[in-house]
Write a protein that binds this ligand. Structure first.
Ligand SMILES: C[S@@+](CC[C@H](N)C(=O)[O-])C[C@H]1O[C@@H](n2cnc3c(N)ncnc32)[C@H](O)[C@@H]1O
Length: 187
């Protein structure tokens, strides 16, 4: 039950405000393989700037997230540049992911291990999945995210069983976090 998630994240996005710089390095990660057209689903993208960066690339972007406040911010930020994105308010703890097929699916800084099988399933043929999740090593320098939201070394690749791995790395990043980065393709 994620009413707690909705309230907590609505508060966080409201506090951050529409001008927030909050976002991940998803666009940089996937850029070398990004199609110039197609449907992209950003899972748990909330009010991050990632959706704007993908919309600027010309993709047909949908953000799925539990926080209506975050989703409004994402839409408004894009509208300010005459870019239109779709948003879906969804509680991923109890609801299914929006039906595909999606040419690109992205997820950053949100970990539900049992979600990955449906992410893979909803990819279009040759579709790509890009994911960024902090690893357990991150706890050496940061107290957040807490352990349940961190992947073990090598775990992210295991979670996308059935996809061809195009890129996988685990390292300390410019944002000060130790993150696993993955780009994988459906064949
Ligand atoms: C750490 S933020 C990550 C935002 C963005 N992906 C990024 O990296 O900048 C986590 C996101 O997960 C969303 N979230 C938390 N619980 C959720 C749930 N049960 N269903 C859907 N989204 C959820 C939050 O609203 C928030 O936008």
């Amino acid at each position: 039950m994620a009413d707690g998630d909705r309230t907590r994240w609505n508060d966080r996005w409201a506090e951050a405000g529409r001008g927030t710089e909050h976002g991940s390095s998803l666009v940089d990660l996937v850029e070398p393989w990004l199609p110039t057209v197609g449907r992209l689903l950003d899972v748990a993208g909330g009010g991050s700037r990632d959706s704007l960066l993908f919309a600027r690339k010309g993709l047909d972007v949908t953000v799925a997230d539990v926080s209506d406040v975050g989703l409004i911010q994402a839409r408004q930020r894009c509208l300010a540049e005459d870019l239109i994105i779709s948003t879906i308010e969804i509680d991923l703890e109890i609801e299914s992911l929006p039906a595909g097929p999606w040419d690109v699916i992205t997820v950053a800084n949100y970990l539900r291990r049992d979600l990955f099988a449906s992410l893979v399933e909803r990819l279009a043929p040759r579709g790509m999945l890009a994911a960024i999740i902090a690893t357990e090593t991150n706890l050496e320098r940061n107290t957040h995210p807490s352990a349940p939201f961190l992947v073990r070394a090598g775990e992210l690749v295991e979670l996308v069983d059935g996809l061809e791995t195009i890129h996988h790395s685990e390292a300390w990043r410019a944002n000060g976090r130790h993150e696993a980065h993955l780009v994988a393709r459906r064949n």
